[in-house]
Design a protein around this ligand. Structure first.
Ligand code: 4NP
Length: 166
C-alpha cells in the first residue's frame, strides 16, 4: 500500500533551545500516544541563529525530564525552504509570528503560520508561550504546562481538519 503523506509541523521560537524543542517533544509524544506516529513529521527551529547546533538549554532539559521528555533536538535557524516543506508553522508568541510573516514569500506561506497561544485553553491568562530564557524555574515549568495544554488542542484540530483517523 502506498505510504500516506505525512502532515508536517514546525515549531518556532526565538532561540530554538527552550520553547520550540520542548513543543516538538510534547507534540511527538502526543502523536505517538494517539497511534498516528507514521502520519506526522514534527520539527523545530529558531528565528535567531545564536545557538545553531546546540542541544536545548540545560534548564529546559532538566525541567522536561521528570515529565518524560528527553530533548535531543539540535538548534537550527528557520529557512526559506521550511515555508514550502511544512504544512503548519507554529510561533510561540506574537513576535515570532510577526517575524515569520515577514519571512514568508507568498500568501500561501503566510497562511501556514499560526500562534501557539491560540490553542491554550486551560490557562486563560496566557495568550502566548512566554520566553523563559531570563526567568527562573517557574518560567520553565510554565512553558511545559502551556505546551502540554496547547499541543493537545492543536493536535485535535489537525486530526479533525485533515480527517486523520486515530
Ligand atoms: P527560546 O528562548 O526562544 O524559547 O529558545 C531563548 C533562547 C535564547 C535566547 C532567547 C530566547 N537568546 O537570546 O539567546
Amino acid at each position: 500500500m502506498a505510504e500516506l503523506k505525512k502532515y508536517s509541523v514546525l515549531f518556532i521560537c526565538l532561540g530554538n533551545i527552550c520553547r520550540s524543542p520542548a513543543a516538538q517533544a510534547v507534540m511527538q509524544r502526543l502523536v505517538d500516544e494517539r497511534g498516528v506516529t507514521d502520519r506526522f513529521f514534527i520539527d523545530s527551529a529558531g528565528i535567531g541563529g545564536w545557538h545553531i547546533g546546540d542541544l536545548p538549554d540545560k534548564r529546559m532539559r532538566v525541567h522536561a525530564r521528570p515529565r518524560g521528555y528527553e530533548l535531543t533536538h539540535r538548534a537550527r535557524r528557520v529557512q526559506y525552504s521550511d515555508f514550502e516543506d511544512f504544512d503548519l508553522i507554529v510561533g510561540m508568541d506574537a513576535t515570532n509570528v510577526d517575524d515569520l510573516h515577514a519571512r514568508a514569500a507568498t500568501i500561501e506561506q503566510k497562511d501556514k503560520v499560526v500562534m501557539m497561544g491560540d490553542y491554550i485553553r486551560q490557562y486563560p491568562n496566557y495568550d502566548h508561550v512566554p520566553d523563559p530564557y531570563y526567568e527562573g524555574s517557574e518560567g520553565f515549568e510554565l512553558v511545559l504546562d502551556l505546551l502540554e495544554d496547547a499541543c493537545r488542542n492543536l493536535l485535535d484540530s489537525i486530526l479533525q481538519q485533515n480527517n486523520i483517523p486515530q
